[in-house]
Design a protein around this ligand. Structure first.
Ligand SMILES: Cc1ncc(COP(=O)(O)O)c(C=O)c1O
Length: 446
């Protein structure tokens, strides 16, 4: 499908200067996957070839691409106010957006701190956790606990609590005083589960072991993704998050849900916290807040956390933290327009309604040779492939390449897993199209 009425965008003739992130640069520059434009469910290459977006970009364009209300809001904002200082001053839309986010968040998660990415959101939440205990006279609570296979961005805080070896091993000693819970995935007990697996709630009890080892008085916070996305769609076992919440409560430990990808509809609710009926003390968000159109991230904290900081002389900042572009006007305008779209088009509900059909379509690949496991939850699917004996990850990499060049579908990969997470506007026919294309791609690389 060629995009109508558009000329090809320029194709660069020198790819050397740009160091492409999280990408094998030499292979990429030999056969680049260039995207020049996008609309709704499709990307378009510079030549005008359509590529069906099976990944919502990087799990972020939940409302689809280049939606007119978001584009218009950004344009209007750029004309009205390009920038206002983020410290000591503020612009009206930042308050409006914070209120809207607070209204979507569960319980008394009512205070919103803005930053520009998921990584910044994670570092912000970890810092708030440490400072919170400090201002309450519990400065010995400094230990942070993450989870194996967790992804919390690429800041030093995020990679320290994260559990992805490749993201950690080259970067020195990381933060001191960090520990990890075990990953929740076990193929033997969970293979080909739709939604939350029955097996694994007991893995939360490992937190009791860490409390026994370190003493609760040294532990500040536990951070987990309610559904671990970046290491291949790992839905939480039934009852796991409740158990984690109960143990944290028992020991005065803050619980942080990293909802950078689960926030804003991915699992059929505004936040995964709502799907699972578990209220954390802080939620980190990014990506879907602006449907990827302008960088933005943030932390939603329970009112009591914010209140704990509201002490000391009134002319002195209560939290020494923030970014030049916190609550940037363009991001706030995009965020407000995006939340309107989610509401008006009932996109969170749409994800929920489509979930059974999506899960069936994903599971239809179960018998494709080389498929070792398929997991689904909300509008996400992870498909594990058998590795070539000599090269872990090469098969998935080839699948992504073929998907883009030959089949016109965007697939995300992590290790030997294909991850599919389309915009929430995906049609039933497009769900079929995504999995048909992915099935052909898998067959081609086996
Ligand atoms: C759970 C989670 N946390 C944090 C991040 C980091 O977000 P960013 O790339 O915007 O820094 C991601 C990115 O995928 C994520 O999935």
């Amino acid at each position: 499908m060629a995009e109508p009425n558009r000329r090809s965008a320029a194709v660069p003739n020198d790819l050397e200067a740009f160091w492409v992130p999280f990408t094998p640069n030499r292979a990429f520059k030999r056969a680049p996957r260039l995207i020049a434009r996008a609309k709704d469910m499709h990307y378009y290459t510079p030549e005008g070839r359509a590529v069906l977006d099976g990944t919502a970009g990087l799990w972020c364009t939940n409302a689809g691409h280049n939606r007119a209300p978001i584009v218009d809001a950004i344009k209007r904002q750029a004309e009205e106010l390009d920038y206002a200082p983020a410290f000591q001053f503020a612009h009206p839309k930042s308050f409006e957006l914070a209120s809207r986010i607070a209204a979507l968040a569960p319980g008394d998660l009512d205070r919103v701190f803005f930053c520009n990415s998921g990584s910044e959101a994670v570092d912000t939440a970890l810092k708030i956790a440490l400072a919170y205990h400090n201002v309450r006279g519990q400065a010995s609570r400094t230990r942070l606990i993450g989870r194996e296979r967790g992804y919390h961005g690429v800041g030093f805080g995020g990679i320290s609590v994260g559990g992805i070896v490749a993201n950690r091993k080259h970067f020195g000693t990381l933060l001191a005083g960090v520990d990890h819970l075990p990953a929740t995935y076990n193929r033997e007990h969970q293979a080909f589960t739709k939604g939350e697996p029955d097996w694994g709630a007991h893995l939360a009890d490992d937190l009791e072991r860490l409390v026994a080892l370190h003493d609760a008085s040294t532990i500040a916070a536990v951070i987990v993704e309610p559904m671990a996305g970046s290491t291949g769609v790992l839905p939480p076992p039934k009852g796991y998050l409740e158990r984690l919440r109960a143990i944290c409560d028992r020991h005065g430990i803050l619980l942080i849900f990293d909802e950078v990808i689960t926030g804003f509809g991915r699992l059929g609710h505004a936040f995964a916290a709502e799907r699972y009926g578990v209220t954390p003390d802080m939620i980190t968000f990014a990506k879907g807040i602006t449907s990827g159109a302008v960088p933005m991230g943030g932390v939603i904290a329970r009112e009591g956390i914010y209140d704990a900081f509201m002490r000391g002389p009134e002319h002195v900042a209560e939290l020494f933290h923030g970014y030049t572009y916190s609550a940037h006007p363009l991001a706030c305008a995009a965020g407000l327009a995006t939340l309107d779209l989610y509401r008006d088009e009932k996109l969170f509900e749409r994800a929920k309604t489509l979930e059974p059909l999506w899960a069936d379509a994903a599971m239809s690949l179960k018998s494709v040779p080389g498929v070792l496991d398929i997991r689904t939850v909300g509008l996400t699917a992870g498909i594990d492939l058998a590795s070539r004996p000599d090269a872990f990850g090469k098969r998935a990499y080839e699948a992504m390449e073929r998907g883009f060049h030959d089949e016109g579908v965007m697939i995300r990969i992590t290790g030997e897993t294909l991850a599919l997470t389309p915009p929430l506007i995906v049609s039933e026919a497009q769900i079929g199209e995504i999995f048909d294309k992915v099935a052909r791609v898998i067959k081609a690389v086996m």
